[in-house]
Design a protein around this ligand. Sequence first.
Ligand code: F0G
Length: 482
Amino acid sequence: MAGIKFFKEDNLPLEMHKVRIVQKLNLLPIEKRLEAIKEAGNNTFLLRNSDVYLDMLTDSGTNAMSDRQLGAMMVADDSYAGSATYYRLEEAVRKFCGKQYMLPAHQGRACEHILAKTLVKPGDVVPMNYHFTTTKTHINLCGGRVEELFTEEAVKLVSDHPFKGNMDIQKLIALIEEVGAEHVPFVRLEMGTNLIGGQPISLANIKEVSSVCKKYGILLMIDASLITDNLYFNKTREEECKDMSIAEIALAICNCADIIYFSARKLGSAKGGAIVVDDKNLYDQMKVLIPIYEGFLTYGGMSTREMEAVAIGLEEAVDMDMISHGPEFIKEFGRLLSSYNVPIVTPTGGLGIHLNAREIVGHIPGEQYQAAALAAAIYIVSGARGMERGTLSEEKNPDGSEHIAACELVRLALPRRVFTLSQIRFVADRIAWLYENRHLIGGLRFVEEPEVMRFFIGRLEPIGNWQEELVKKFKEDFGESL
Ligand code: F0G
């Protein structure tokens, strides 16, 4: 919790919760970890979680739930149609974002599917502050294309800019003028911009984008999946928000947009998703797709238990004690890594810590997936699994060549309220060792390469025997296998 002072300690992040349920963890010896990553095709998505010590793959569906959420799950009304649970969720969503009409969906990308199908025509252009993998894919599948209008600051990995997620307003106006407003079905702003390091957008920037959209008669869509981190940063970094409550900032942000959607695997700390609008016509257009792709209108693919948990999760999303844990522990993780000189994205954002793989393993060619190689190496030396967020997560160029990502990152997510400070210190310590031995890390090449979103299920192998060399050096230095 921000602002609690210590006497001798250097302002540690402090939990405003206690842990009442625990899950036993397993740290395999390094030889077993090497075997496990080989079996997983060097893709951390394909590891079995029983082989993972600290699962830092994602915060999606992995945030710790509160006692209130678990309690609420017990009173879920399981009816297929018109369940009381649905109406409780609808009310909670209305209260959080101030919009009238909600459509439920089974997760965030399902919302993106419905939205793209309804709004995107072939040849359309969708401006964004930055793309997200699933969002971009749905827009492309509908024949549209994404234009990322980030500011120069966004891709400067080392920066002290408080709002690297901001959209460049001049680029937005220029793009609309160039392609014509009729070819821009909506502008999308992603809160807590995932792929550039969980970086926030300022309320001031959201207001500016909103006024440009209004001027040209274009819908503004907000992806609120990572809004809790964004809200934390609005409150702590933006003068205009200093005296506002978190609930007020959330409403001020949502008021700027015509469409809000979110993954309740993140916002709401449970499972599910929703689209929220004020325009009844738009709601009616999308409504017909829910029973086809998701489920009946009063559950949309979610279990009623999860819906109850999301409703409470949304109440807790405006409680500073609940939402500060992520950004503050991430900041401490970043402070530790920086003290070991490990290059990370700064300022630290939400979601997780982001390592600058291009700098750490710059000796590996970009086409050999620097970030994926580093993620595999981190698993081998620590048992922690992170996620590649770089070239492997990009689609290839139309001519079949690699599209080298603007940012080549490894993300170590901190699911909210899950890990302790000692676990974070352990991972930072292992990464410090790896950094000193980074010359041992080599590249990867595909052995099975899917056509789209290859990062999810693609399989790779190391080029040469660098992984065995890494294990050998580890055992020499640590004198054992753990
Ligand atoms: N939007 C953002 C900003 C996301 O981060 C995600 C998911 C989605 C949409 C899609 O939501 O997973 O419920 O379908 N991000 C996850 C991650 C996968 O690990 O960052 P979903």
